[in-house]
Design a binder for this molecule. Structure first.
Ligand SMILES: Cc1cc2nc3c(=O)[nH]c(=O)nc-3n(C[C@H](O)[C@H](O)[C@H](O)COP(=O)(O)O)c2cc1C
Length: 167
Protein backbone atom coordinates (compact mmCIF):
# COMPACT_ATOMS: atom_id res chain seq x y z
CA UNK A 1 0.00 0.00 0.00
CA UNK A 2 1.33 3.50 -0.81
CA UNK A 3 2.00 5.69 2.22
CA UNK A 4 -0.79 8.12 1.27
CA UNK A 5 -3.27 5.25 1.04
CA UNK A 6 -2.13 3.94 4.42
CA UNK A 7 -2.56 7.41 5.93
CA UNK A 8 -6.03 7.68 4.42
CA UNK A 9 -6.94 4.22 5.74
CA UNK A 10 -6.05 5.00 9.38
CA UNK A 11 -8.69 6.52 11.62
CA UNK A 12 -9.25 6.63 15.36
CA UNK A 13 -11.00 3.44 16.42
CA UNK A 14 -12.78 3.73 19.74
CA UNK A 15 -14.97 0.61 19.59
CA UNK A 16 -13.24 -2.73 19.23
CA UNK A 17 -14.15 -6.33 18.61
CA UNK A 18 -12.76 -8.73 21.22
CA UNK A 19 -11.20 -10.96 18.50
CA UNK A 20 -7.51 -11.52 19.38
CA UNK A 21 -4.63 -9.96 17.49
CA UNK A 22 -2.48 -12.72 15.88
CA UNK A 23 0.94 -13.12 17.53
CA UNK A 24 2.74 -12.63 14.19
CA UNK A 25 0.92 -9.32 13.67
CA UNK A 26 2.00 -8.13 17.10
CA UNK A 27 5.59 -9.18 16.35
CA UNK A 28 5.50 -7.24 13.05
CA UNK A 29 4.15 -4.14 14.81
CA UNK A 30 6.84 -4.33 17.50
CA UNK A 31 9.60 -4.70 14.88
CA UNK A 32 8.28 -1.56 13.14
CA UNK A 33 8.45 0.19 16.53
CA UNK A 34 12.00 -1.03 17.17
CA UNK A 35 13.24 0.50 13.91
CA UNK A 36 11.86 4.00 14.64
CA UNK A 37 14.34 6.86 14.42
CA UNK A 38 15.06 9.00 17.48
CA UNK A 39 17.11 12.06 18.36
CA UNK A 40 20.80 11.02 18.56
CA UNK A 41 19.52 7.43 18.23
CA UNK A 42 18.86 7.38 21.99
CA UNK A 43 15.73 5.17 21.62
CA UNK A 44 14.40 6.44 24.96
CA UNK A 45 11.29 4.30 24.96
CA UNK A 46 9.90 1.53 27.08
CA UNK A 47 7.12 -0.31 25.34
CA UNK A 48 4.68 -2.22 27.51
CA UNK A 49 2.37 -4.67 25.76
CA UNK A 50 -0.65 -5.26 27.98
CA UNK A 51 -3.08 -8.11 27.29
CA UNK A 52 -5.53 -10.54 28.87
CA UNK A 53 -6.42 -10.21 32.57
CA UNK A 54 -3.75 -7.54 33.03
CA UNK A 55 -5.48 -5.37 30.43
CA UNK A 56 -8.82 -5.68 32.24
CA UNK A 57 -7.14 -4.25 35.32
CA UNK A 58 -5.22 -1.65 33.32
CA UNK A 59 -8.40 -0.34 31.66
CA UNK A 60 -9.02 1.74 34.83
CA UNK A 61 -6.56 4.24 33.33
CA UNK A 62 -9.06 5.23 30.65
CA UNK A 63 -12.70 4.67 31.41
CA UNK A 64 -14.25 4.72 27.94
CA UNK A 65 -16.60 1.90 26.98
CA UNK A 66 -14.99 0.63 23.75
CA UNK A 67 -11.39 0.84 25.02
CA UNK A 68 -11.66 -2.14 27.35
CA UNK A 69 -12.71 -4.48 24.49
CA UNK A 70 -9.44 -4.06 22.57
CA UNK A 71 -7.44 -7.28 23.06
CA UNK A 72 -4.09 -5.45 23.25
CA UNK A 73 -2.99 -2.10 24.59
CA UNK A 74 0.51 -0.76 24.08
CA UNK A 75 1.69 1.82 26.59
CA UNK A 76 4.51 3.83 25.05
CA UNK A 77 6.62 5.27 27.84
CA UNK A 78 9.46 7.78 27.57
CA UNK A 79 12.64 7.72 29.61
CA UNK A 80 13.56 11.36 30.19
CA UNK A 81 17.03 10.43 31.46
CA UNK A 82 17.88 8.53 28.26
CA UNK A 83 16.36 11.03 25.80
CA UNK A 84 18.47 13.61 23.98
CA UNK A 85 18.39 17.12 25.45
CA UNK A 86 19.48 19.88 23.07
CA UNK A 87 21.97 22.61 24.12
CA UNK A 88 19.07 24.81 25.29
CA UNK A 89 17.90 21.76 27.35
CA UNK A 90 14.87 21.01 25.18
CA UNK A 91 13.96 17.38 25.92
CA UNK A 92 13.25 15.43 22.70
CA UNK A 93 11.57 12.53 24.51
CA UNK A 94 7.99 13.40 23.48
CA UNK A 95 9.06 13.71 19.82
CA UNK A 96 10.72 10.27 19.88
CA UNK A 97 7.68 8.75 21.59
CA UNK A 98 5.37 10.27 18.96
CA UNK A 99 7.47 8.74 16.18
CA UNK A 100 7.58 5.25 17.69
CA UNK A 101 3.84 5.48 18.41
CA UNK A 102 3.13 6.40 14.81
CA UNK A 103 5.22 3.44 13.60
CA UNK A 104 3.06 1.18 15.80
CA UNK A 105 -0.16 2.75 14.55
CA UNK A 106 0.75 2.68 10.86
CA UNK A 107 2.03 -0.92 11.05
CA UNK A 108 -1.24 -1.96 12.69
CA UNK A 109 -3.19 -0.08 10.00
CA UNK A 110 -1.31 -1.93 7.26
CA UNK A 111 -2.37 -5.21 8.88
CA UNK A 112 -6.04 -4.18 8.93
CA UNK A 113 -6.06 -3.50 12.67
CA UNK A 114 -7.66 -0.52 14.35
CA UNK A 115 -5.91 1.78 16.83
CA UNK A 116 -6.37 5.08 18.61
CA UNK A 117 -3.91 7.57 20.05
CA UNK A 118 -4.83 8.03 23.69
CA UNK A 119 -3.18 10.68 25.82
CA UNK A 120 -6.07 11.73 28.09
CA UNK A 121 -5.58 8.82 30.46
CA UNK A 122 -4.92 8.79 34.20
CA UNK A 123 -1.12 8.91 34.37
CA UNK A 124 -0.97 8.17 38.12
CA UNK A 125 -2.83 4.88 37.67
CA UNK A 126 -0.66 4.03 34.65
CA UNK A 127 2.62 4.76 36.51
CA UNK A 128 1.52 2.65 39.49
CA UNK A 129 0.30 -0.23 37.35
CA UNK A 130 3.43 -0.27 35.19
CA UNK A 131 5.70 0.31 38.22
CA UNK A 132 7.55 3.09 36.43
CA UNK A 133 10.40 4.97 38.09
CA UNK A 134 10.20 8.79 38.36
CA UNK A 135 12.16 9.42 35.12
CA UNK A 136 9.92 7.19 32.96
CA UNK A 137 6.63 8.73 31.84
CA UNK A 138 3.69 6.91 30.28
CA UNK A 139 3.00 9.17 27.27
CA UNK A 140 0.75 7.38 24.76
CA UNK A 141 -1.63 4.44 25.06
CA UNK A 142 -2.49 2.58 21.87
CA UNK A 143 -5.36 0.09 21.98
CA UNK A 144 -5.03 -2.40 19.11
CA UNK A 145 -7.70 -4.70 17.75
CA UNK A 146 -10.28 -5.17 15.04
CA UNK A 147 -12.50 -2.12 14.55
CA UNK A 148 -16.13 -2.38 15.47
CA UNK A 149 -17.02 0.93 13.85
CA UNK A 150 -16.79 2.22 10.30
CA UNK A 151 -14.17 4.65 9.00
CA UNK A 152 -15.08 8.33 9.09
CA UNK A 153 -14.34 11.14 6.70
CA UNK A 154 -11.14 13.01 7.59
CA UNK A 155 -11.68 16.61 8.60
CA UNK A 156 -8.48 18.56 8.11
CA UNK A 157 -7.47 22.16 7.46
CA UNK A 158 -6.72 22.99 3.82
CA UNK A 159 -3.02 22.92 2.93
CA UNK A 160 -2.89 26.71 2.37
CA UNK A 161 -3.86 27.31 5.99
CA UNK A 162 -0.91 25.43 7.44
CA UNK A 163 1.78 25.41 4.78
CA UNK A 164 3.77 28.12 3.07
CA UNK A 165 6.55 27.95 0.53
CA UNK A 166 9.62 30.05 1.09
CA UNK A 167 11.94 30.57 -1.84
C1 LIG B 1 -1.35 13.10 20.48
C2 LIG B 1 -2.78 12.64 20.34
C3 LIG B 1 -3.54 12.40 21.47
C4 LIG B 1 -4.85 11.92 21.36
N1 LIG B 1 -5.55 11.58 22.50
C5 LIG B 1 -6.80 11.04 22.37
C6 LIG B 1 -7.50 10.60 23.52
O1 LIG B 1 -7.04 10.67 24.65
N2 LIG B 1 -8.74 10.06 23.34
C7 LIG B 1 -9.29 9.93 22.09
O2 LIG B 1 -10.41 9.42 22.00
N3 LIG B 1 -8.64 10.35 20.98
C8 LIG B 1 -7.41 10.89 21.09
N4 LIG B 1 -6.72 11.27 19.97
C9 LIG B 1 -7.32 11.07 18.63
C10 LIG B 1 -7.69 12.40 17.94
O3 LIG B 1 -8.84 12.92 18.54
C11 LIG B 1 -7.90 12.10 16.45
O4 LIG B 1 -6.67 11.65 15.90
C12 LIG B 1 -8.35 13.32 15.64
O5 LIG B 1 -9.62 13.73 16.07
C13 LIG B 1 -8.43 13.02 14.13
O6 LIG B 1 -9.27 11.91 13.87
P1 LIG B 1 -8.73 10.60 13.15
O7 LIG B 1 -7.65 10.01 14.03
O8 LIG B 1 -9.93 9.68 13.08
O9 LIG B 1 -8.18 10.96 11.83
C14 LIG B 1 -5.43 11.75 20.06
C15 LIG B 1 -4.64 12.01 18.94
C16 LIG B 1 -3.33 12.42 19.06
C17 LIG B 1 -2.51 12.61 17.81
Amino acid sequence: MRVLDLIKTRYSVRTFDTKPVPKEDLDYILECARLAPSACNKQPWEIKVIQGEALKEFSAVYRKEGFKDAPVCIAVCGNHTQSWHRGDDKDHCDIDIAIVSDHIIMAATELGLGTCWICSFNTDIAKDFLKLPENVEPIVLIPIGYANEPAREKIRKPLEETTSFIG
